[in-house]
Design a protein around this ligand. Structure first.
Ligand SMILES: [Zn+2]
Length: 424
């Protein structure tokens, strides 16, 4: 058997040597976290043919690299087409005006494929190996297939509030699933997903048809839900800013929404699916939180910095968790967030909810997020977080940041560093 190869410096040249050397690959690290977010200190990881074959205590004389190895980061919800924006769109309030800014911005993006490629690179540089992306064009979808590092679930967005849009949107859905399935490959998979946009932009029949199609094809579905109080008002009463907004676009029809409709009835449709994402869930009633508790396969996607950008009321994520529901974190797009660094969402939340443990927070951006998307990532794949000291609390400190990823490829573990220095 050839000699094992230790990585003992975290430089690009040392990583390249480690990636290509013969024999077992060995990594000595200060912290290793399991799928449940439980830490182990001073660990030697030994890889053979791209599999983790041993995890042992580090000999006292061997200094570990100042790293935490965590399960792969997964950013379950973003809109990569906005990745070239230098800052979020304004105004953030009222919400319907922000939606108007999004529509105008989308029309003016010079090359959506370039923006999507830039967004994927930004995710990858932030240590992310799984992405749930809202795709709105064929050009954006092609960029995902060509550039993807890690795994992307491409949720094709459906919009159509009026009934005459339903057939065309369902054709888009069928074509998207077919196109993704034709180009799926082990190396750079781009998996299909569907995203009927939101209750104020999707006819209820289109929503139900999309859920049925996702159930039939076994693909995940993501829908923006309970994002604002005004959305609830539109559903329940057919009044408010969203009605005016739809009227201004000549899209309002009084018989599309049955009076008294609740978010609960949209959530209930999702229970037919194995993988469903209810994006935002900023304004849920108690019975809807209880419903999520009984259906943990429906993940509430909380985007902390986007939530703060809009100045929403406090998010019920802790109540959802306490009720047995699933909450995962995501960045959303650069149209409402300054960047796509998922780790900053963790740090943002950790700073505001200091009583929350690593065991609670870490799965919300790793294994639970992967499960919500239906991703099965390689068990040895990992994200590397640079840490300022070796106690488990260091992971959530302001000085910790993602520095690279580890993936199994061609019977080797490939370490990719994002170029940030350990001292930055
Ligand atoms: Zn979104």
């Amino acid at each position: 058997m050839t000699a094992s190869f230790h990585l003992n410096r975290l430089t690009a040249s040392a990583a390249a040597e480690w990636n290509s050397a013969d024999g077992d690959q060995v990594l000595d690290v200060a912290l290793w976290f399991d799928r449940c977010g439980r830490p182990q200190r001073n660990v030697r990881l030994r890889y053979h043919h791209g599999e983790l074959i041993a995890r042992t205590a580090l000999p006292a004389a061997a200094p570990p690299l100042p790293l935490a190895v965590i399960p792969p980061l997964v950013n379950a919800h973003t809109h990569l087409e906005f990745s070239s924006l230098p800052e979020p769109l304004q105004p953030s309030c009222p919400f319907t005006e922000w939606i108007g800014a999004v529509i105008r911005c989308r029309r003016n993006i010079p090359d959506p494929a370039d923006a999507v490629a830039a967004g994927l690179k930004e995710c990858s540089d932030a240590g992310v190996l799984g992405v749930g992306e809202i795709t709105t064009s064929d050009a954006g979808h092609s960029a995902l297939s060509a550039v993807s590092a890690g795994t992307v679930v491409s949720f094709r967005e459906l919009t159509g509030f009026l009934p005459d849009r339903i057939d065309a949107q369902m054709t888009i859905l069928q074509n998207h699933i077919r196109a993704c399935r034709q180009t799926e490959s082990q190396d750079r998979p781009c998996l299909p997903g569907i995203s009927p946009h939101a209750p104020y932009s999707v006819h209820p029949e289109l929503f139900r048809a999309a859920v049925s199609a996702c159930e039939h094809h076994q693909v995940p579905l993501a829908v923006h839900l309970a994002e604002t109080r005004e959305e609830r008002e539109l559903l329940e009463c057919g009044t408010g800013p969203f009605r005016s907004f739809l009227e201004s676009l000549d899209l309002w029809h009084p018989r599309v929404l049955k009076p008294g409709t609740r978010i609960r009835s949209w959530l209930q449709e999702l229970r037919r699916l194995r993988h469903a994402l209810a994006i935002h869930c900023n304004y849920l009633e108690q019975d809807e939180i209880a419903f999520l508790g009984r259906h943990p396969q429906i993940a509430a996607v909380y985007c902390p910095r986007t939530h703060a950008f809009f100045g929403h009321a406090p998010h019920p994520w802790q109540k959802i968790l306490a009720g047995g529901g699933t909450v995962i974190l995501a960045t959303d797009g650069r149209s409402s967030n300054p960047d796509l660094n998922l780790w900053k969402e963790v740090r943002f939340l950790a700073a505001r909810a200091p009583s929350m443990s690593v065991e609670t927070l870490l799965p919300m951006v790793t294994v639970r997020a992967a499960d919500a998307l239906g991703l099965s990532l390689h068990p040895a794949a990992a994200t590397l977080i640079a840490i300022p000291h070796d106690s488990p609390e260091a992971l959530l400190s302001a000085a910790a940041f993602p520095i690279g990823t580890l993936i199994s490829r061609s019977k080797r573990m490939t370490l990719s560093l994002n170029g940030r220095s350990l001292s930055s």
